[in-house]
Design a binder for this molecule. Structure first.
Ligand code: BF8
Length: 672
């Protein structure tokens, strides 16, 4: 397909991104935006119709009835491709969880530098789920036992990943009846690879059933371990003021952008950046200090906990370097573009890899080691400070938005009822009455195949007007933050009247930032607590809620979608389907598509669909929410029923003549 003539505003909805894309063009530098435009995606591989699992292929199935050299049908090939992606996504998130468990073990045994157990209450709560003794024990003793239990979940061979017991009882029974309870996290990932080797599992439905088991090992296993331990070690998020977009970079400071996923290093860099010795070192170098900013989920981790600003989401990683103001981009694992190093050669930016698992040719490698975490973090910052003198002209777009992130499961529970009566009751009641029509979790990536942030923010804004409470994680959360949808009560005039009343009463933004991508597990545990609170059914599939990833691109997103579906959620992905087939050419290529849609819905009550059109995503979301409301016997949603109280109404009343105020306020005739 010919390259399209696209303008910056066609590439991104974000004005800061548009400015940097103009700059890139002036400099003749390509980015993911232009590379995507230059190279059309392969329509055979993209639709899951290419099998390259053995040396007899790759086999491309483009004709009706065609099979691979071994006889594999299109359905088998699509199912294999999908489960491999889900296994890779699960492996990525869960391996992150494993590293967190090892860190917890090391902290418990005084083998680290700089870490402490910050949230002892969460440690005790989590340990309590598994019967680990708490009373009279030192937090480190409890942490040691919890770390051992969590580490064991990865290599466990039989039984049940212990975290699945935190799902609603009915859901656990359903998983058990369908043979998808994960036995051990690594075991399910390995088995997914085994089953898809040449000559193994060839029944598409059987393969997809194991895809569910693998994804559950992530959502109710590795990812949940990552979230639990991050909270225990670094603090459970609570609302904090933050900022997002490239305007957070500072001209007079050494800018260090931390990018990737695991909070172990980034948290230590936060601590090191506040060290007087490091600040003094920066001053000697001619800067006023060190300015930290995050990209991708690392951004979400430190934004949610310390309010460290986010420079942007996935497609901002190259754009931040293009400002010329970044002394070092420090990366660990996942979602790091190889293009960064070559791009950085046009500027003074040092790309620093830190994980023993990830190297990029041309990057500086300073390996992170939890035993010397603070020392390594200081070394990294000093390397960045030493680079300040090499900085040339800078172009920082003066664009940033303020936001309030930090809505963890625990904080939502607290904010609804306060310390003495923390509860989800007010949320359940608001949904039951129809003040809140339902809940949408809008999560996931940026993808240069669609206009950056546009789908995210369009869908978010439209659903807010329909009284749908929105929770967000990952790059989707940063998209909303950059475009100003996450600031307290600001912007509530664009929110449906019932939802607005709830936001004003509780004092929350209508879009709740719930953290990074591993923190999608917070959405699972929130849904579980909603179920346990009562009034909205006895399992997750009964709650009027939908998950959306409008701009997805990563294999992790497919794993997340699958565990959410298996937990009972309706999940809508934007963009193209990895198992879409080519409908005009291969008539029988929709078995897998049907299986993950209606097939999974029949078993788990949740389904996965790929929908390109934004308005159709919204229509299906609302239809699903209303269907679930009706099934629960809740009142039909009425857009004008609520909104007669709250700030908006008070302003209206204020404007009335005195003679009408009393009636307006109390429904009684005026005394005058
Ligand atoms: O894990 S949303 S682009 S950064 S994969 Fe990556 Fe996608 Fe962003 Fe976080 Ni999640």
């Amino acid at each position: 397909m010919a390259k399209k003539d696209l303008r910056p505003e066609d590439y991104s909805a974000d004005p800061a991104a548009q400015m940097m894309l103009i700059r890139a063009e002036e400099l003749g530098i390509g980015t993911a935006f232009t590379r995507a435009n230059d190279m059309s995606p392969c329509n055979i591989g993209g639709a899951g119709m290419c099998c390259k699992l053995c040396g007899m292929g790759p086999c491309r199935l483009t004709k009706d009835g065609q099979t691979g050299v071994c006889g594999a049908t299109i359905d088998t090939i699509q199912a294999r491709n999908l489960i491999r992606a889900i296994a890779a996504g699960s492996a990525a998130h869960s391996d992150h969880g494993r590293d967190m468990a090892f860190t917890l073990k090391a902290v418990a045994n005084d083998q680290t530098e700089g870490y402490v157990i910050r949230d002892v209450a969460k440690l005790r709560t989590v340990a309590g789920y598994y019967g680990i003794p708490i009373e009279g024990r030192h937090p480190k003793e409890i942490a040691n036992d919890l770390a051992d239990l969590y580490i064991a979940q990865f290599g466990q061979q039989r039984g049940q990943v212990v975290l699945t017991k935190r799902a609603p009882a009915k859901r656990q029974k359903l998983w058990s009846e369908n043979g998808v309870v994960p036995r051990g996290i690594d075991r399910e990932v390995v088995e997914a690879l085994h089953r898809t080797h040449i000559g193994d599992d060839q029944d598409p439905e059987h393969i997809l059933s194991h895809a569910v088991r693998t994804a559950l090992a992530d959502g109710w296993g590795g990812s949940l371990i990552a979230t639990d331990i991050s909270d225990i070690l670094f603090g459970t998020p609570a609302p904090v003021l933050g900022q997002a977009n490239l305007g957070v970079l500072k001209e007079d400071m050494v800018n260090v952008v931390v990018h990737g996923h695991e909070p172990t290093l980034s948290q230590m860099i936060v601590a090191a950046s506040q060290d007087p010795e490091v600040i003094e070192y920066a001053k000697v170098a001619g800067a006023t200090g060190v300015n930290l900013a995050g990209i991708c989920c690392t951004a979400n981790e430190i934004l949610s906990r310390q309010g460290i600003p986010a420079a942007g989401n996935f497609l901002h990683q190259e754009l931040s370097i293009l400002t010329g103001a970044v002394e070092a981009m420090v990366v660990d694992v996942q979602c790091v573009m190889q293009a960064l190093v070559q791009l950085a050669e046009n500027f003074h930016t040092k790309v620093i890899t830190t994980s023993p698992k990830v190297r990029i040719k041309g990057a500086t490698h300073i390996e992170f080691d939890e035993k010397h975490a603070l020392t390594v973090a200081k070394n990294i910052l000093k390397t960045a400070i030493d680079n300040f003198k090499n900085r040339g002209k800078v172009h920082i777009p003066q664009i940033k938005e303020t936001l309030v992130p930090g809505f963890s499961h625990e904080y939502i529970n607290y904010m609804l009822g306060g310390s003495y009566r923390a509860s989800f009751r007010p949320l359940n009641d608001a949904i039951m009455s129809g003040r809140i029509r339902g809940v949408a979790a809008i999560v996931g990536c940026n993808n240069p195949r669609s206009k950056q942030d546009w789908l995210h923010t369009y869908v978010t804004q439209k659903l807010l007007m329909e009284d749908v409470l929105v929770v967000e994680t990952g790059c989707g959360a940063i998209a909303s933050a950059k475009l100003g949808l996450m600031l307290g009560e600001a912007g509530l005039e664009k929110v449906g009247p019932g939802l607005r009343e709830v936001c004003e009463t509780v004092g929350i933004p209508p879009v709740l930032h719930m953290g990074s991508c591993v923190d999608n597990t917070r959405i699972l545990t929130v849904l579980t607590q909603i179920v346990e609170e009562g009034g909205l059914g006895d399992d997750i599939d009964m709650v009027p809620a939908v998950g959306l990833a409008p701009e997805w691109m990563s294999e992790k997103a497919l794993a997340i979608a699958t565990y959410c579906v298996a937990s009972g959620a309706y999940v809508i992905f934007g963009g193209s389907s990895p198992v879409g087939g080519m409908p005009d050419k291969v008539e029988d290529s929709d078995l897998v598509l049907n299986d993950i849609g209606e097939g999974w819905e029949g078993i788990y009550g949740g389904k996965l669909e790929f929908v390109k059109d934004a308005d159709e995503m919204i229509r299906r979301t609302l239809e699903h929410i209303d269907k679930k409301r009706a099934a629960l016997g809740l009142p039909v949603y009425e857009p004008t029923r609520f909104g007669r109280s709250g700030d908006a109404r008070m302003l209206e009343v204020e404007a009335l003549p005195l003679s009408e105020k009393r009636a307006a306020l109390y429904g009684t005739p005026s005394l005058n």
